[in-house]
Every structure is written in structure tokens, then in C-alpha cells.
Design a protein around this ligand. Structure first.
Ligand SMILES: *Cc1c(COP(=O)(O)O)cnc(C)c1O
Length: 370
């Protein structure tokens, strides 16, 4: 890891092209040297001019953050809030745009690892395009877990990070920027310039300069790790990586439905459930954080976590992404949660806990899905 040479300009540009292929885009890809919140903040602050109007679709905690940034930029923001147990629909977005025809920017999260839901971007993208607004998509938790067709869906700003389904590093991220998105950023006098948040700096100093010299020293460890994780996806095949995530989600859902003890899928409609992570609703009287602590005490390597913030008592997350998109990770999580539930005295009216039935159902769903 030490004495690692930084990537050359040509090597850096080659990684950009492979990210573009992963996203199904011909647009410019900017690889940013920081966690995905960096390009997300850069996109919002670049696109949200004072006096502009934005529609912010909130299906989880990231949408709430985008709304705060948009308001900070002086934009008028209309939040379309959807319960975390479901997804936004194209009809809802269409109605919101019709109610506020001056809307020029729409922010949307594709899949939400934090709440386990995923939004129908193809349909929403069509509505946004018909309205003439620019769509920003947070695809951090969907890339490599489910289809992500940036150009076909008309996504103007598509942001990804490598740390979820790609199984890569958290310290680099990327954004695909359409021609219309560049125009919008360039016309915003308040868009960040001479700033780490600035996409326009990358355009001017890297893309328009012919990608001959990097504007500053790249993070060589993270770039090497991103290169390796792209190579692994290319070798395995993107469709196979996505299929494994979908199978893990299907197995987790089937397993929970057979577990008993009152634990249920948090996302009610399976079509709105994200392949990246499955969220569970705890029965009344059972505390999610306490159950997770017990499960992790049995096996600290399990990909289970309690929901964040206000969801800490009622939501359990099974993060079956990246290296954990496996049947073992899912069944291990179900077993440990089932034992924690049984130990907590669940059962009775909520039904007995049947860990073995749950594991069998998960295994059956996994092999049916693959
Ligand atoms: C994980 C994730 C991010 C990145 O944020 P972290 O706090 O580093 O995990 C951004 N957006 C979405 C939708 C995510 O799921």
C-alpha cells in the first residue's frame, strides 16, 4: 500500500470511461476524490440557483439532506414526502410538477440503503423529462445492485459511490453530467468555483483541457481500489452482480415472512423493496437496537444494524450488499435475529419464532431467484 504511484492522467480517464459504461451513459463522468456526499453536495449547490424552484422527493434520510442544501442555496423547495415503507410514483411526481410548473430541478434517491426502498426511476424520469426539468439521481445504493440506465432514463446528474453494492472503497465517488446539466451549472452565478465542491472546476481544468493533467493529486489508494472493484464487476458480469443482490433481497423477505415473532418486512410492496438492503419492522414492545445488539453479540460480522435516528427502535436493516450479497449473510442474519427475538420473549400473540423455517424459506427463495 505504501509507495504506490498515483494514477496517470490516462489511467484516471480510463477509470472514468469504465464508470460511464457501468452507468449506461455517454455523458461526462467526473470521479471525485471523496465520499459520495461530495458530488451530491456539488450537484445540488451547482444546480440550485437562488430564486430557482426545485422538487425534492423524500423517501429516506438522504432526501431530507438534499432539501436542506437546496434551501440553503436560496431555491424554493417543494418536498414530496413519501412514507419510508413504500416508493414515490410517477403520478405523484407529475402532480407535484403540475402544481409548481416553474420547477426546473428534481432531486431523487434511487435506492435507499437506510430505509430499504427503491424508486421507479424510469417512469419518474419520463415525467421529469416531459416537464423539461433536470433530474439529479442519488444512485449510491442502487449501482451494481439493480439496473441503472442513466441515459435511457434521462438522468442529468447521476451520482454513485463504490462502497455499497460495488463492494469498493468509500473514499471516491463519481457523477455523470449531461450537456444540459453542464449548461445549468454554468448559468448559475452561485455555483461553487475554485472549491472542492466544484464540478465546473473539473470541467474547465480537466475535461475541457483534454484530460491531459489532473487538477490535483488524486487519492491513489482509493483510485487503485476503485480500479480493482470495477475489474471484479467486469469479470463477474454486472448482470450477475445485480442478480445476487436481488436474490439476497428475495431470500431475506421470504425468510422474514416465515420467521414469526411479529417481525415483518418494513417495505410493504415487494416491488418497492431495494435489492441492496432489507429493512424489518419490529413488533410492538421489541426494540430494534436491543435485538441488533444481541444478534451482533452472537456474531459481530453479521450485516445487521438498527435504523438511524428516529427509526432506531422500530427498524432493523439487513445490509446484504457487496461481499454480503450472499445466502450465508442473509441466513446468518435471520438466525441471529430469530434467536434474539425468541430470547426476548417474543411469540405468543405475535406467533412463535421458527428460525429453521425461516432459513429454509430463504434458501428456497435464493435458489429460485438465481
Ligand atoms: C450509502 C448512501 C450514501 C452515502 O452515504 P454514507 O453516509 O457514506 O453511507 C448516499 N446516498 C444513499 C442513498 C446511500 O444509500
Amino acid at each position: 500500500m505504501l509507495d504506490l504511484a498515483p494514477p496517470t492522467a490516462a489511467g484516471f480517464a480510463a477509470v472514468e470511461r469504465r464508470v460511464a459504461a457501468l452507468l449506461g451513459t455517454e455523458n461526462d463522468v467526473v470521479i471525485m476524490q471523496g465520499e459520495a456526499l461530495l458530488p451530491l453536495e456539488g450537484c445540488v449547490k451547482g444546480a440550485a440557483a437562488p430564486g430557482s424552484t426545485a422538487l425534492n422527493v423524500v423517501t429516506g434520510p438522504y432526501g431530507q439532506t438534499f432539501g436542506d442544501w437546496l434551501r440553503e442555496c436560496g431555491a424554493t423547495v417543494h418536498d414530496l414526502e413519501v412514507p419510508f415503507s413504500g416508493a414515490a410514483t410517477a403520478e405523484q411526481v407529475e402532480a407535484a410538477l403540475a402544481a409548481h410548473p416553474e420547477t426546473g430541478f428534481v432531486s431523487l434517491v434511487h435506492a435507499e440503503a437506510a430505509t430499504g426502498n427503491t424508486n421507479p426511476v424510469a417512469e419518474i424520469g419520463e415525467v421529469v423529462r416531459a416537464h423539461g426539468a433536470l433530474l439529479m439521481l442519488d444512485a449510491v445504493a442502487s449501482v451494481a445492485a439493480e439496473p441503472l440506465l442513466t441515459d435511457e432514463w434521462g438522468v442529468g446528474l447521476c451520482v454513485i459511490g463504490a462502497q455499497k453494492a460495488m463492494g469498493g472503497p468509500a473514499g471516491v465517488s463519481a457523477v455523470a453530467v449531461s450537456g444540459r446539466a453542464w449548461e445549468r451549472l454554468a448559468s448559475n452565478p452561485r455555483a461553487p468555483r475554485r472549491s472542492y465542491l466544484s464540478l465546473l472546476d473539473w470541467k474547465e481544468r480537466w475535461i475541457d483541457a483534454g484530460r491531459r493533467a489532473l487538477p490535483h493529486a488524486p487519492a491513489q489508494l482509493e483510485m487503485a481500489a476503485l480500479d480493482a472493484c470495477l475489474a471484479r464487476i467486469e469479470e463477474t458480469g454486472l448482470a450477475a452482480v445485480q442478480a445476487r443482490h436481488r436474490a439476497a433481497a428475495t431470500a431475506a423477505r421470504a425468510g422474514v415472512l416465515s420467521l414469526g415473532g411479529g417481525l415483518e418486512p418494513y417495505v410493504r410492496d415487494e416491488r418497492a423493496a431495494a435489492p441492496v438492503a432489507t429493512t424489518l419492522r419490529t413488533p410492538p414492545g421489541a426494540d430494534a437496537s436491543a435485538l441488533v445488539a444481541k444478534a451482533l453479540a452472537a456474531d459481530a460480522s453479521l450485516p445487521v444494524a438498527a435504523g438511524g435516528g428516529a427509526l432506531a427502535a422500530a427498524m432493523i436493516r439487513v445490509n446484504h450488499y457487496g461481499a454480503n450479497a450472499t445466502l450465508d449473510a442473509v441466513t446468518g442474519s435471520l438466525r441471529a435475529l430469530g434467536e434474539a427475538l425468541a430470547g426476548a420473549g417474543a411469540g405468543g400473540a405475535a406467533g412463535e419464532v421458527d428460525t429453521e423455517a425461516s432459513v429454509r424459506a430463504a434458501a428456497g427463495a435464493w435458489s429460485d431467484a438465481l
